[in-house]
Ligand binder design. Structure first.
Ligand SMILES: [Cu+2]
Length: 411
């Protein structure tokens, strides 16, 4: 019970405060107008103050914002092809009623959780099973979100197959989910990328198949309306379709996805955060993070001097372009926009990753130390967009020579 109060104290206090303020304002206004109307008959004592209050409310709100709806935010109007990102009030009540059923999950996907290279020389049938699950996870110390996930983590699992493979995708929606979900894989050639044949109600399961025609690193995401709202709750991941001959061998591979989270509470506000659809439409995320939460990569990305490292980096969006950079490294190879098939770009400092897109970068570690992965739109560091790759090994003074003074943690 106490834990429930801790999670909900911010929205509860806000609601109570707003209710007190509204009642007090109306009562005060009514008393004033009632006093002014005391020279009129009893009937008009009510009608006149009532009409004046209604006119005031109309002028203040409805004349500019239109009529309110039973959704959050109440005045938001949208024009997408399907349901907007507004939260129906009944969903909010259902969520609160069922809050104890939600699993508390560590939603940060381990960046080193990458399936091994395919190694096959012939096509095969690959079975993929993914479960959509709504959980409560910690974005930052004391800051909680209701995440919607693939397999309980953000991003969902990295799927790996080979060009020419037949991929059977089974998507299951956990019975405790409040929403319908599906999967749109950008690796699919077919309507909706699979979304229209994979809509699953809570407790339901569906399977569809596709042939992996094009090699590349592709984003997948939930495409159930409102798509952007599902994605900014954490519903994205990637699928790597290796070329027939495979990718060049490297020592280490890591899996990272940038994403935006839109909370009604300001950056760092503790407690359970309510999704803010207006901030999402405006493109003003409070949190911009790798792998679902702040500091999710730290302690999980390790390499040695001399290692060749490959990063599979995606951007779940839904608004921002990522300027992906590793502080202290130069990308020896970049597969721009994760396109496989042409020669990679050489010697790149920063690469762009569009929303709903990806990149593959490779570099050799030449010196021991800490390398910071960032979105080089660097104000985003303070919203969470950074992570550390640690490299151990022998120094090579010819490549890098100097003494740390321990004073600056700037980089
Ligand atoms: Cu979904």
């Amino acid at each position: 019970m106490f834990e429930l109060f801790f999670l909900l104290r911010i929205p509860l206090l806000q609601t109570i405060g707003l209710a007190i303020l509204t009642i007090a304002a109306f009562a005060l206004l009514f008393i004033i107008l009632y006093a002014i109307g005391k020279h009129f008959g009893m009937f008009y004592k009510i009608i006149i103050p009532g009409a004046v209050i209604a006119l005031g409310v109309f002028l203040f709100f409805f004349s500019t914002k239109g009529m309110p709806s039973l959704e959050l935010p109440v005045f938001l109007k949208t024009f997408g092809p399907a349901a907007g990102p507004q939260l129906p009030l009944k969903n909010v009540f259902t969520f609160l009623k069922n809050i104890k059923k939600y699993e508390k999950a560590d939603i940060a996907k381990d960046p080193s959780d990458v399936p091994g290279a395919i190694g096959r020389k012939v096509p095969a049938e690959v079975n993929v099973e993914i479960e959509t699950k709504e959980v409560i996870g910690e974005m930052a110390p004391g800051v909680f979100f209701n995440y919607w996930t693939y397999n309980g983590q953000v991003p969902g699992p990295l799927i790996r197959a080979r060009a020419g493979d037949k991929v059977n995708v089974t998507i299951k929606n956990h019975p405790t989910s409040l929403h319908m979900h599906n999967i749109d894989l950008h690796a699919v050639n077919g309507p909706g990328g699979g979304a229209i044949v994979s809509n699953v109600d809570p407790g339901e399961s569906k399977t569809f198949s596709f042939k992996a025609l094009n090699p590349g690193l592709y984003v997948y995401h939930c495409a159930h309306p409102n798509v952007a709202a599902h994605m900014t709750h954490g519903m994205y991941g990637m699928i790597l379709i290796e070329p027939e001959e495979g990718l060049p061998e490297v020592d280490k591979e890591f899996y990272i996805m940038q994403g935006e989270f839109y909370s009604s509470g300001a950056l760092g506000k503790k407690g359970l955060q309510i999704f803010d659809a207006k901030k999402m439409l405006d493109g003003h995320p409070e949190y911009i993070v790798f792998n679902g939460k702040t500091e999710s990569l730290n302690g999980k990305m390790k390499a040695k001097v001399g290692d060749t490292v490959r990063l599979y980096v995606g951007n779940g969006g839904v608004n921002l372009l990522s300027s992906f950079h590793v502080i202290g490294e130069i990308f020896d190879n970049v597969y721009p926009e994760a396109a496989i098939g042409s020669e990679p770009n050489k010697n790149v400092q920063t690469t762009t990753i569009p929303a709903g897109g990806a990149s593959i970068v490779e570099f050799k570690i030449d010196a021991p130390g800490r390398y910071v992965l960032v979105d080089h739109a660097l104000a985003r560091l303070d919203r969470g967009a950074w992570g550390i790759l640690e490299a151990e090994g022998e120094e090579n003074k010819e490549i890098f020579d100097g003494v740390e003074d321990g004073k600056s943690a700037g980089h």
